[in-house]
Design a protein around this ligand. Structure first.
Ligand code: GMT
Length: 368
């Protein structure tokens, strides 16, 4: 198939899923066209059958807000016509889904161009539910030729919030278990916690610092903070205040996060809301035990006490206690690390999930 993929090409989970999906599909023989405003961060342009089309948004003094969605729709229509795309697959509803609808209408006289929208989380739970975007998000879901959600929880949340009646197929996040794997020689000799996110308030990044301070009352642990965003400054400030700044390293945005994850023993994901938790899945594939919060779609990934830990949002005492338990009981850590790797491999590896997308594409193409 010839597939156009649009996503936020930055470090957010939706962009990562879209990029990895495109790469995996290209490896399986499909022709993939990324239509984005920048080269997606994990995209290796040297992979055969991968193409990248930049969306350029020119500005004009009249525009207070440059109309990115229109430039995107134009580029989508152009690429679809030039390369005879079979379908568009957009990740994150706003504004990609509406741009795809416009592109579909623009080329309608010449070709059929169905589009599939994958819902990732905050496009529904935060942004889409906001009154300013509610109606357009609902409309874009209803107009999509296919809709997927990354967890059952997100699917149910979408139906509850928007009252939409079209089918929403659940296709969970996936991980490449050949790239993300444990390498025991690389594991830190000092107990190491890791956090990986876009440092948005929803991630409760400050809780990671509080957990470290609590853990350090009994264990000489360090914390590696990977990523960047608005909560980085406040987190650095809090580390100073709590006297743990020498034990926290902020490394910013990174490529090849698997090389950092596998150094750690435990991943902290204390999020306020998480529709799935891709970072936790990547950690599990590397044999790193996730400690997360019992929210959204996280329980679809982590089984508490078996392959990770789940506690209530903001319960620093319990979150830290679970980390201490894992960092001081090597036998327990090994058992849960092995179970985490097994869950990633058996349920969420690319070999299982990518065919679900392929099958869904075929179904959508057959019915439009
Ligand atoms: O808010 C974020 O974490 C970014 C967001 C995105 O769309 O870029 O992540 C969401 O999509 C990921 C990939 O599908 C999921 O694993 C995350 O759970 C989800 N984040 C939230 O729901 C907060």
């Amino acid at each position: 198939m010839k597939i156009g993929i649009t996503c936020y090409p930055t470090f957010g989970g939706s962009g990562i899923v879209a990029t990895e999906l495109g790469l995996e599909l290209a490896n399986r023989g499909h022709e993939i066209h990324f239509i984005t405003y920048a080269n997606p961060i994990r995209l290796d342009p040297n992979v055969p059958r991968i193409h990248y089309h930049e969306v350029e948004v020119s500005n004009y003094p009249l525009f207070q807000y440059p109309p990115y969605s229109l430039a995107l729709a134009s580029r989508m229509a152009e690429v679809a016509a030039d390369y005879k795309l079979d379908l568009l697959h957009v990740h994150y509803a706003i504004p990609h889904s509406i741009a795809a609808l416009l592109a579909k209408q623009m080329v309608a006289a010449r070709r059929r161009l169905p589009f599939i929208t994958t819902l990732h989380g905050t496009d529904i739970t935060l942004v889409g539910a906001d009154p300013s975007y509610f109606a357009i998000t609902k409309f874009s879901i209803e107009q999509s030729d296919g809709v997927t959600a990354i967890s059952h929880d997100l699917r149910e949340n979408t139906i509850r919030t928007f009252g939409v009646s079209n089918e929403i197929r659940v296709i969970h996040n996936f991980v490449n278990c050949d790239t993300y794997k444990p390498v025991l020689q690389e594991r830190s000799t000092q107990p190491l916690l890791i956090h990986l996110s876009n440092f948005r308030p929803v991630k409760r990044v400050l809780d990671c610092i509080r957990i470290l301070a609590e853990v350090r009352k009994t264990v000489n642990a360090r914390l590696l903070m990977v990523g960047d965003g608005p909560e980085r400054g406040p987190a650095q400030h809090l580390a100073n205040q709590l006297g743990v700044s020498d034990n926290v390293e902020f490394v910013g945005k990174q490529n090849h996060v698997e090389r950092l994850i596998r150094k750690a023993h435990v991943l902290l994901m204390p999020s306020e809301m998480e529709s799935f938790g891709l970072a936790a899945l990547e950690a599990m594939a590397c044999g790193v035990v996730p400690i997360g919060t019992n929210v959204g779609g996280v329980p679809e990934l982590i089984t508490d006490g078996l392959d990770g830990c789940l506690e209530s949002v903001g319960d620093i005492g319990r979150l830290a206690a679970r980390a201490v338990e894992l960092l001081t009981n090597a036998e327990l850590h090994e058992k849960m690390a092995a179970a985490a790797r097994k869950t990633a491999g058996n349920r969420f590896c690319t070999d299982r999930l990518i065919p679900q997308y392929e099958k869904y594409y075929e179904e959508v193409l057959a019915r439009v």
